[in-house]
Design a protein around this ligand. Structure first.
Ligand SMILES: NC(=O)c1ccc[n+]([C@@H]2O[C@H](COP(=O)([O-])OP(=O)(O)OC[C@H]3O[C@@H](n4cnc5c(N)ncnc54)[C@H](O)[C@@H]3O)[C@@H](O)[C@H]2O)c1
Ligand SMILES: N[C@H](CO)Cc1c[nH]c[nH+]1
Ligand SMILES: [Zn+2]
Length: 438
């Protein structure tokens, strides 16, 4: 085994320059104005030319020429996918779906509730699914059937009537059979071969083949993120889920090999990801660093090795703090997508972690388990959005309407309060509608 020549970032946080601190904290949530410039003409062309533009940009960016009647996945392609897939793959997809469904079913709210505010004055909420949603399944740097399970399952459990999938085709002009198998078991049969900005524009405006949708949800590259931002007036774009990122927060009890392994998980997604070991224990930092070099050298895939090396020398690496409290402060300021607590008593610090898409406790709760099969949703907010936004859930596919019912006697109990409020705000007719009603 030949050890690599790279030197991963290793920063004593209190001695780190402000410029470097900003780079680490901002990671790839950098200014995407360059990508906006690139995708603007793509979106405009899709708006004006529909399928013709989808075909043109799929050829340009995905290097495959589709005919118009190949944009939608056919029933034959679904059947072919089922035949191509081996039994073990099918079983794993089914196992994951089962757990993901159970988890999201547990999130189901009451369909309606009401309370009595005064005698004869009722107020409550009614929950209704969004009528139609497009799930974006990325496809540039890998295939993501798991993403479809994480989007399609909560959409199905929520009761969304029309669920479609958009995903870039592979070099053969096909959709990965595993994605089609996942779609099939979710009973989703509208899958379109379109990715990147062109697919977001397609569901924002509609084309001859791809239907216009009310919402698009799913993770993606900077082109996808830029298109969602650019088209925000036309389509709701859900949880901002960009390049994957994680923090492994360790104390002196962490196992360096496990910490190093888990540090590499999200680092292998792409060069714009971020993966950080955060520890106050210098000894652990040194041991994990050593392990990381060995693990990198042992990676079989050149492209994944390049991604990991780029990540750990760019937005990722090792952060050394003064103590556990500072590590926790750092994590909360960073607001990672995933955080693993590799400390002696993880449950004791759980409540101190305020900002994270997903919090995993102890040495065995590897992020990969939760990426695929445990049940919680892996499509999570990145780039500090975990400060205010949660993981994709069934709530992303539901909306609430307030409801109210007031009887005649209930009306007379509270009308004077409301009429006075209307006077305070100077709304004459608001007041009249109350005072002139008997
Ligand atoms: N946050 C999460 O929950 C989560 C989950 C899974 C994946 N991810 C992230 O999603 C991202 C997936 O990215 P990806 O690249 O694999 O797939 P992608 O499908 O998002 O992007 C690839 C598409 O971008 C378009 N494209 C490529 N080059 C282009 C160019 N020069 N100009 C315009 N468009 C271009 C192409 O159409 C291509 O199909 C990764 O960063 C991964 O880390 C995040
Ligand atoms: N790590 C991603 C979420 O951040 C999920 C994923 C899917 N496949 C591999 N990883
Ligand atoms: Zn992952």
């Amino acid at each position: 085994m030949v050890l690599n020549k790279i030197k991963i970032n290793k920063l004593i946080w209190n001695l780190t320059s402000e410029e470097m601190k900003t780079k680490i904290l901002d990671r790839a949530s950098f200014d995407i104005s360059e990508q906006i410039k690139l995708i603007e003409p793509v979106c405009e062309a899709v708006r004006n030319e529909g399928d013709k533009a989808i075909i043109e940009f799929t050829e340009k960016f995905d290097r495959v020429k589709l005919q118009k009647d190949q944009i939608a996945v056919s029933e034959e392609e679904f059947l072919e996918a089922k035949q191509l897939l081996d039994e073990e793959t099918k079983k794993v997809i089914e196992y994951a779906t089962h757990n993901i469904r159970r988890f999201h079913e547990a999130q189901k709210p009451e369909p309606m509730w009401m309370m009595e505010m005064e005698k004869g004055v009722m107020a409550g909420e009614k929950v209704t699914p969004i009528s139609d949603v497009a799930c974006y399944v990325p496809g540039g740097k890998g295939s993501f059937p798991s993403v479809l399970l994480m989007l399609g399952t909560p959409a199905t459990v929520a009761g969304v009537e029309k669920i479609i999938v958009i995903t870039p085709p592979n070099k053969e002009g096909k959709v990965d059979p595993a994605i089609l198998y996942a779609a099939d078991i979710l009973n989703i049969h509208e899958v379109y071969k379109a990715g990147g900005a062109q697919s977001i524009a397609a569901v924002a405006f509609g084309t001859e083949t791809i239907p216009k949708c009310s919402k698009v949800i799913g993770p993606g590259s900077s082109f996808v993120t830029a298109a969602k931002l650019f088209l925000r007036e036309y389509i709701d774009s859900g949880v901002p889920a960009g390049p994957s990122e994680s923090i492994i927060l360790a104390d002196e009890h962490a196992d360096p090999k496990k910490a190093a392994l888990d540090l590499l998980i999200e680092a292998e997604h792409g060069p714009d990801s971020a993966a950080l070991l955060v520890t106050h224990c210098k000894d652990i930092a040194d041991q994990v660093e050593e392990q990381v070099y060995h693990l990198i050298a042992s990676l079989e895939s050149d492209i994944r090795r390049q991604f990991v090396e780029t990540v750990l020398t760019n937005y990722g690496g090792i952060i050394i703090t003064d103590n556990l409290e500072e590590s926790i402060r750092f994590a909360n300021e960073y607001a990672p997508e995933h955080i693993e607590l590799m400390v002696e008593k993880p449950f004791e610090i759980l409540n101190e972690i305020k900002n994270a898409g997903e919090i995993l406790l102890g040495d065995y709760s590897a992020t990969s388990l939760f990426n695929f099969v445990v049940g919680p949703n892996h499509t999570l907010p990145t780039g500090q959005y975990a400060k205010t936004i949660s993981a994709v859930s069934i709530h992303d596919f539901l909306k609430r309407s307030s409801i109210g019912y007031v009887t005649k006697s209930g009306f007379h109990t509270i009308k004077d309060y409301a009429a006075k409020f209307a006077d305070i705000e100077g709304f004459e007719t608001h007041a009249k509608a109350l005072r002139e009603r008997n």
